[in-house]
Design a protein around this ligand. Structure first.
Ligand code: KIV
Ligand code: ZN
Length: 568
């Protein structure tokens, strides 16, 4: 891309670069959050939200725990004015929630903005003007001093006009808009000039907001800028330093995180990063990132599917399937080795009874954001392996398939998925497994079996079992008798007395009680081999474990018949 040289422009590093933020490895306290979904988010929608939708969205943001919510430019549009008034007049703003409104630095706009806030409890009035080199030179054609004066004039007007509303406890916010395209020392100068006018106190702190209006640099450059401003602001202890990252380079979350390490106290952003161009910073990702480091984000994202559903309904936008923590596929493991590791990790955690989350491949317990293991995590397609298939069969139906049998069942499901080019559901997998292996009574079907146990009190090894059974093979009926050193052996010996040449040997046998809640049955697994050492598995279930094993043997034999055809 030859045109790359066209973008070789300046980065606005601060005059003195300190890297204290680099020494921290995690954020240890949630910042104050301000949702700008109803302002920045709304103004970026192809079809902006109507009044009713905005009201519903506002209520939902409150429910999620937002304490500061920017609701628009009431002086710039009738719809936004009406929205603000609806919230105030219908008393929809809880006492601990602050409405935030935005205004340019022009007297009639500031007046109208303050007027629109009549009756609000603790509103934040947000003043901004653009300070970047590009905007100064190309848009406003003003000097640095003239641009600074726009900010300080606005700041002074705030104080003067606020006097007309003595009952309202206003909080002030200032943004040097396009901060990332501004020389940091100049942005600092403007912010300090505003702070000097507002004279914050511990009871009346001001907010200084540093927007990455356009994300222009690597995130660490933004962090350097934030650290520089944070360390050089006047009255720093009475200033809430806020960030407002956009996501042009796809690193809005990194900007916010490094910016918090660099000293910021507050973040303005939106759910799932909706906003201008590539969006505002995604507060959901930020919050859950923090959560995965052991910090309560003070926002309620415990039912993420519900958050996604509401967000999509209000905005008409969609949450991508790979969106961190919230996308439909973000917990899904199709790959066999991942599934195996996850299944083992979940089991390890259960066995240890530990609360710490260290399960491989899952940075977060899906349950913590309202997602389920069922259907969300282990999913089967042609990339999957034996571990995932066996895990689902055990988890959903209580069959603990023996290790030696898992590969065969896994390949069977993989083959079906590969052939049909689609994912298989847990129910489909079990259905296929059942039809293929469990109580497979065609053509051999033991209709009745009565056992006699011969034992001597002297010699345990002399114990033996006899069986009399009625067997159907296709449309033939046989009364067979046999004995052996156990019931399975007796049945096997009796079966060998038919005209058919049942020539097989036992390879392995195992059994267990089926653990699925609704089931009190036992499951048995039998593997037999023909003369060429081809192996055939059968699974039997029954309330009686012995009959389960007989059923498993018959199933194995019938499966062998499919290949060897001893019964035509
Ligand atoms: O992106 C931006 O700079 C803004 C300001 C108004 C804060 O939205
Ligand atoms: Zn913005």
């Amino acid at each position: 891309m030859d045109n790359a040289s066209k973008y070789d422009i300046q980065y606005y590093q601060p005059p003195v670069v300190t890297y204290d933020w680099v020494k921290k490895d995690h954020i240890d306290k949630a910042p104050a959050w301000c949702s700008v979904d109803l302002r920045d988010g709304n103004q970026a929608l192809v079809v902006p939200m109507d009044l009713d939708t905005k009201v519903e969205f506002f209520k939902y943001l409150v429910k999620l725990g937002f304490k500061e919510i920017e609701v628009g430019f009431p002086a710039a549009s009738d719809t936004e004015f009406e929205f603000l008034r609806t919230l105030i007049d219908q008393d929809l703003v809880p006492d601990d929630v602050k409405l935030q409104v935005l205004t340019q630095s022009r007297e009639h706009i500031i007046r109208k903005t303050f007027d629109a806030l009549k009756g609000a409890k603790n509103p934040i009035v947000h003043l901004y003007n653009s300070t970047s080199v590009a905007q100064r030179e190309q848009v406003f054609k003003k000097s640095k001093d003239e641009i600074k004066k726009i900010a300080t004039d606005g700041a002074q007007m705030f104080l003067d006009i606020a006097k007309e509303y003595p009952d309202i406890n206003f909080q002030y916010e200032y943004s040097p808009e396009s901060f990332t395209g501004t020389e940091p020392e100049y942005a600092l100068e403007v912010c300090n000039a505003v702070i000097d006018i507002w004279k914050p106190t511990p009871d009346h702190k001001v907010i200084i907001n540093l927007p990455a209006t356009v994300e222009m640099s690597l995130p660490h450059v933004y962090a350097n800028q934030v650290e520089y401003v944070s360390k050089n602001l006047h009255d720093r202890e009475n200033v809430i330093l806020s960030l407002h990252p956009h996501n042009d380079r796809g690193t809005g979350v990194a900007d916010a995180e490094l910016g918090v390490l660099a000293g910021a106290d507050r973040i303005e952003g939106t759910l799932f990063g909706n906003g201008e161009r590539t969006g505002n910073v995604d507060i959901v990702t930020l919050a859950i990132n923090m959560f995965t480091h052991g910090v309560d984000p003070n926002l309620e994202f415990t039912d993420m599917p519900d958050v996604v559903e509401h967000y999509e309904e209000y905005t008409g936008m969609t949450v991508e399937p790979r969106h961190p923590y919230s996308g439909a596929l973000v917990f899904a493991a199709f790959s066999g080795s991942h599934q195996d590791a996850i299944a083992k990790g979940v089991k390890y955690r259960k066995e240890r009874g530990t609360d710490q989350w260290t399960v491989p491949y899952l940075p977060i317990d899906p349950h913590d954001v309202g997602r389920q293991y069922d259907g969300d995590v282990i999913r089967i397609n042609s990339q999957s392996g034996k571990g995932g298939v066996s895990y689902l069969i055990e988890r959903d139906h209580g069959f603990n398939i023996p290790k030696e049998m898992r590969a065969e069942v896994g390949y069977m499901m993989k083959g079906i998925s590969d052939h049909e080019h689609r994912e298989l559901s847990s129910d489909e997998i079990f259905d296929t497994f059942s039809k293929e292996y469990v109580n497979y009574f065609d053509p051999i079907d033991i209709v009745e079996a009565n056992f006699i146990h011969f034992s001597t009190t002297k010699d345990e090894s002399a114990d033996s079992v006899g069986v009399k059974m009625l067997v159907h093979i296709g449309d033939e009926a046989y009364s067979l008798e046999g004995d052996g050193n156990g019931r399975l052996d007796a049945v096997s010996n009796a079966l060998k007395k038919t005209k058919y040449n049942f020539n097989y040997k036992f390879i392995t046998y195992s059994e267990h009680a089926i653990s699925a809640e609704s089931n009190s049955k036992a499951a048995a697994y039998v593997c037999i081999a023909d003369q060429l050492d081809n192996k055939f598995w059968g699974v039997g279930t029954h309330d009686d474990i012995i009959l389960a094993s007989v059923n498993a043997l018959v199933s194995a034999l019938n499966r062998m018949n499919k290949k060897v055809h001893f019964v035509k």
